[in-house]
Ligand binder design. Structure first.
Ligand SMILES: [Zn+2]
Length: 96
């Protein structure tokens, strides 16, 4: 289990476009967990009682450079695609 502070630290690093490998090493969490956080699917991010979302998550939409969708950056759709790509790479038969 990771601490909320680690989760928020990892999210901040990911917003700074750090690689997931770098984020994992810097925040001292597993690369699988970083991939989950990058995709916005970590249970701390999904929990209804999660403390709060970053201000920029709720207030501003931006055009995603990668897919062109109007989204909250970083683009969840692109992160999810990256997450699924990593799952496909590292786990040929994902169970979840
Ligand atoms: Zn996108």
């Amino acid at each position: 289990m990771i601490q909320l502070a680690q989760l928020h630290f990892a999210e901040r690093l990911l917003r700074q476009r750090k690689s997931q490998r770098t984020v994992a090493r810097t925040a001292q969490i597993s690369r699988g967990t970083v991939a989950t956080i990058a995709a916005g699917l970590h249970r701390h991010q999904l929990a209804p009682d999660s403390p709060q979302t970053p201000d920029d998550w709720t207030t501003t939409y931006h055009r995603c450079d990668t897919c062109g969708a109007l989204v909250h950056l970083p683009c969840l759709a692109c992160q999810l695609r990256e997450h699924l790509r990593l799952l496909g790479k590292y786990h040929a038969h994902p169970h979840r």
